[in-house]
Design a binder for this molecule. Structure first.
Ligand SMILES: [Zn+2]
Length: 445
């Protein structure tokens, strides 16, 4: 997670595999989705350990004592644990009193993270799920360069994938690094500070990645312009938004965060107590599925707050057949063509919803690419614009109207009744004004 203004976000280190280390695809909602065997295709990776245990560092986090930092960590994990429709819990591991083997500093952080990602012997310091306190930003600087010392609030990664090859893909290791320079009591142009509440938001966000969640984009206007504290716009911004834009608002989960964690770790009541909308996004020909666009379902009664998102094609592999990608393709994401352009918005409180499609943020100071990626495409350094052949288009977002086409006018959007336990399927959105086939980046036969 990064802080606004001149901040560069770290690329969370790619999911490491024992046999093949390549750039990993990420997906809206789940961070990683299984590819061809030995993985279960199209199945998101999750942890199968519950409670998921962790080990914390030995030193201070800024001016927070080790004990205070541990308490903040426990509080942040509890925010996810308290989601009523999700079945995942967290605890300090019983071994070694839940502590790492030594204080992690600039001198040893590289070795510690390498041992975790190497998927072999851990050495004497690292543990399977290591929560690392960088007391003053020097470890972040050692790892990422001095220029990131005061820009990266924290980062997290999962590592070492396994699978039963049928219906379960799962993580074996992970870590989070928390940058204490933002909690050192000094606040000036070269040493920015966030509140303890804001840092709790950072922890919740990074632990969201650690448990398998990707970033998400809702109420982008709060980044590109301004949203007043206490506004509905701000309240609807997910904690998994790539940028920390408000300490208070992002320290509590939004509807989208709750839906995302519940979809990965569903309580038995989740499918029956909530609604769901699924479908595909198509280009204007109504036949060519469109990958990499952000789809949002918004409640008609509280559209800015009760909103859930999905990235079209999030279960499909990012790079099959595209010559700019490695010839062996990504090992992540299903190869099932039916999943191209597919979106899935679970966890909807019952009510009426509109569905809209927009591009993922790809401009300004904080494009949602690389370490700030939303969905699988952004990991390759770009996001697709909404293509248009018409001078008056594209409008953004485009709203679903009955008959599966779209409108620029929110007031004309067709509300979909969503009831608990009864998914609304096949809600395809055919974009208006796009080239008839293929997107702006491709040529077709
Ligand atoms: Zn993040």
């Amino acid at each position: 997670m990064k802080k606004p203004s001149r901040l560069k976000h770290l690329v969370p280190v790619a999911l490491a595999l024992a046999v093949l280390a390549v750039i990993a695809a990420r997906a809206g909602g789940p961070l990683y989705v299984g590819g061809p065997p030995p993985f279960a295709p199209g199945v998101p990776f999750v942890w199968t350990i519950n409670p998921l245990t962790y080990w914390t560092d030995l030193g201070y986090l800024g001016v927070q004592t080790n004990q205070q930092a541990d308490a903040l960590v426990a509080d942040a994990f509890k925010v996810w644990q308290d989601v009523a429709t999700a079945n995942i819990s967290f605890a300090k591991d019983a071994s070694n009193n839940g502590k790492l083997g030594a204080d992690v500093t600039a001198d040893n952080i590289m070795a510690v993270l390498n041992s975790i990602e190497g998927c072999g012997a851990l050495g004497s310091i690292a543990k399977d799920r290591s929560i690392i306190y960088d007391v003053d930003g020097t470890a972040v600087a050692a790892l990422l360069g001095e220029e990131n010392k005061t820009t990266v609030l924290g980062f997290a990664s999962v590592a070492c994938a396994s699978s039963n090859g049928v219906d379960s893909n799962y993580y074996l290791r992970g870590y989070a690094v928390l940058n204490g320079i933002f909690l050192d009591g000094v606040n000036n142009a070269t040493n920015p500070e966030v509140t303890v509440t804001g840092f709790k938001a950072v922890m919740i966000h990074e632990f969201g990645h650690l448990i398998g969640l990707d970033h998400s984009q809702i109420n982008l206007n709060c980044l590109t312009s301004y949203c007043a504290p206490g506004s509905d716009d701000l309240e609807g911004v997910p904690t998994m938004f790539p940028v920390l834009i408000n300490d208070a608002a992002m320290s509590t989960l939004a509807t989208d965060d709750i839906a995302a964690i519940s979809a990965l770790y569903p309580e038995s009541t989740f499918p029956t107590s909530t609604g769901r909308i699924t479908g595909h996004v198509f280009f204007s020909d109504g036949q060519t599925p469109a990958q990499g666009f952000n789809v949002i379902a918004r409640s008609t009664t509280s559209p800015l707050v009760t909103a859930v998102s999905s990235v079209s094609g999030f279960l499909y592999t990012v790079d099959v057949g595209n010559p700019v990608y490695p010839w062996w393709g990504s090992e992540y994401g299903s190869r099932d063509p039916a999943l191209i352009g597919f979106y899935d918005m679970p966890g909807l409180p019952p009510g009426d919803y509109t569905v809209e499609v927009e591009a993922i943020n790809n401009s300004g100071d904080h494009p949602f690419v690389d370490g700030s990626s939303v969905g699988p495409i952004g990991n390759y350094g770009f996001q697709f614009p909404l293509p248009s052949l018409l001078p008056t288009l594209p409008c953004t977002p485009e709203y679903l109207v009955s008959g599966a086409t779209a409108t620029c006018n929110r007031a004309s959007a067709t509300p979909l009744p969503v009831v608990a336990g009864s998914p609304v399927t096949g809600t395809d959105v055919i974009l208006i004004g796009t080239p008839p086939r293929y997107d702006a980046w491709e040529d077709g036969p």
